[in-house]
Design a protein around this ligand. Structure first.
Ligand SMILES: [Zn+2]
Ligand SMILES: [Zn+2]
Length: 534
């Protein structure tokens, strides 16, 4: 019985853990790395074709995005997830495959035109995405699912995204029985629309996220709708648009929930009929899936509306733009409006067009409503970049840049601790994952010192023996090498020069005189002069 840490170790994205028990190999999540990659991920302990099952906590791409790759490389087992997660994956993994394809076509075109860029194969194809979607097994919340002899699981709603779950895993090998709980991403109890997180009572081991392990969400000044309405009013009075980069799945539907309330309560006086565009085909599809799963996943407030026959995420004036022509038309009329578009961190998708049309306009507002990872365009704008590059053009940032922080899909430090304290007895070990380097380390330390938890943040590649309750291998962090530019002709000449230098040095082997020392000094001086890290 062992657990190997693969991804999202001292990092936030690329979640993946590998369980080995009862002769089976199981992945818990297989997510894609997004934003800045700091540490190398260890390879899977067995080839993809030897993975028997995947237990998937939720549909976010940083947890599910490599599943099609798993299929492409021979995985033919089952992926267990909740009903809503299966629904969401069926659109999100297709969308991922589509993005891969577009990106590789774009790079191939650029490479052909002689740009200094390597053509790449897409990581996987639409067929791979569809292949793995067919292998998904939909499970209900709160019911025990027998996986095979010795292994059973149960999904619990943790209120982070529609369908999101923590997973309890019971393992039994001969006389050894262990229970390990994977938190998945833990939700924020103040999140609207979906249910609040639920806790789990028992575990030998816990693997838990730590995204906000170092901070508390600010106490709300008023409620979110009031704050949002004030920003809409200011911007519309100036004649500008409110552009909201938003995750297509989850955050967009929450925004629709608040915008419906703002409309119904007439909270933007003078602009009651303001249009709202959702410009993301994925967001439009996801909105339908939210509606379809309302009975299982919506919280009491949202269900009260549903019972009155009201759709809590729809209203008059909502325009779901889908074709790229409809998308372009949004910026042709100058009625002040709300534009919600993806991706949420501005790295791809139609949001980049809306940024191009609005970033330079002092009357517009770019409103950030979600986490912006290190290294993304969204983070750069939030941190006050004066200009940004979009579609090869330099765009001045003159729009108002605002952030609504209260809306977070993640528990804050207090929420994480609340969840962990749900275990009636302290777990034998709490593995801290899914947090930036210093956050994961700091959170584990804090749990240890202030809460007496046996917490530890392992690096990728570490292997823990669940039966013996000890690490059999503790990996060192491996930093991702800075990407070097593609070798050009001049660079090849430099490499040849280096090789000649080494050849000469080898000829001097055995000699021990003043000249060799002088030569060494000369080489060292040259190194000092040219070393980019000095
Ligand atoms: Zn998530
Ligand atoms: Zn996550």
């Amino acid at each position: 019985m062992k657990l190997t840490f693969i991804g999202a170790d001292h990092e936030v994205t690329g979640s993946c853990h590998c369980l080995e028990a009862c002769g089976k190999h199981i992945l818990v999540d297989y997510g894609m790395q997004q934003g800045l990659d700091v540490f190398e991920n260890a390879p899977l302990p067995v080839p993809e074709a030897a993975i028997d099952y995947v237990f998937l906590t939720h549909a976010h791409v940083d947890h599910s995005g490599l599943l099609p790759l798993l299929y492409a490389r021979g995985f033919r087992g089952q992926v267990y997830a909740t009903d809503a997660t299966v629904d969401l994956c069926s659109i999100m993994l297709r969308d991922c495959a589509h993005i891969q394809l577009m990106e590789s076509e774009w790079k191939a075109r650029k490479a052909k035109r002689g740009a200094d860029i390597a053509a790449i194969e897409p990581l996987y194809t639409m067929e791979d995405a569809e292949g793995v979607i067919k292998r998904m097994v939909a499970c209900h919340y709160d019911s025990i699912v027998e996986i095979c002899d010795g292994i059973k699981i149960r999904f619990t709603d943790v209120g982070h995204l529609l369908g999101s779950s923590s997973i309890e895993v019971w393992l039994k090998e001969d006389t050894t029985e262990k229970k390990i709980v994977f938190s998945g991403d833990l939700g924020n109890e103040r999140q609207p629309l979906i249910k609040a997180p639920k806790r789990t009572a028992e575990a030998d081991y816990v693997v838990m996220e730590s995204t906000y392990g170092n901070r508390l969400h600010p106490a709300p000044d008023g409620d979110f709708a009031t704050e949002l309405a004030a920003i809409l009013k200011e911007t519309f009075d100036r004649g500008g648009n409110v552009v909201i980069p938003s995750f297509a799945v989850g955050r967009t539907q929450e925004l629709l929930y608040f915008l419906r309330q703002i409309k119904v309560d007439r909270m933007v006086p003078g602009h009651e009929k303001f249009p709202v565009f959702v410009d993301s085909p994925l967001a439009v599809e996801a909105t339908e899936i939210f509606h379809a799963n309302r009975m299982d996943c919506f919280d009491e407030k949202a269900m009260a509306l549903v019972k009155e026959g009201i759709n809590p995420i729809s209203f008059a004036g909502l325009k779901l733009a889908i074709t790229s022509e409809e998308s372009r038309e949004i910026n042709f009329n100058d009625t002040p409006k709300v534009i919600i578009s993806a991706s949420g961190m501005c790295e791809a998708g139609r949001i980049r067009h809306h940024l191009k049309h609005n970033l330079w306009r002092p009357e517009s507002t770019i409103l950030f409503v979600g986490y912006q990872a290190n290294g993304t365009l969204g983070r750069a704008i939030v941190e006050g970049a004066k200009e940004v590059k979009l579609f090869g053009e330099t765009i001045q940032v003159q729009a108002q840049i605002r952030q609504l922080r209260g809306l977070s899909g993640h528990a804050d430090q207090a929420g994480l601790i609340w969840w962990l304290e749900g275990f009636e007895e302290k777990p034998k070990k709490v593995f801290i994952v899914h947090g930036e380097d210093s956050v994961a380390t700091g959170f584990a330390e804090m749990l240890k010192i202030e809460h007496g938890q046996r917490a530890y943040a392992p690096y990728s590649g570490s292997i823990f023996d669940l039966g013996a309750n000890r690490f059999t291998y503790e990996a060192e962090p491996v930093r991702v090498e800075k990407k070097r530019p593609v070798a050009s002709g001049v660079y090849a000449r430099l490499v040849a020069a280096g090789q000649r230098l080494l050849a000469i040095i080898k000829k001097l082997d055995g000699l021990n005189n003043k000249d060799t020392a002088k030569f060494a000094d000369q080489v060292l001086n040259l190194c000092d002069k040219w070393d980019p890290d000095k």
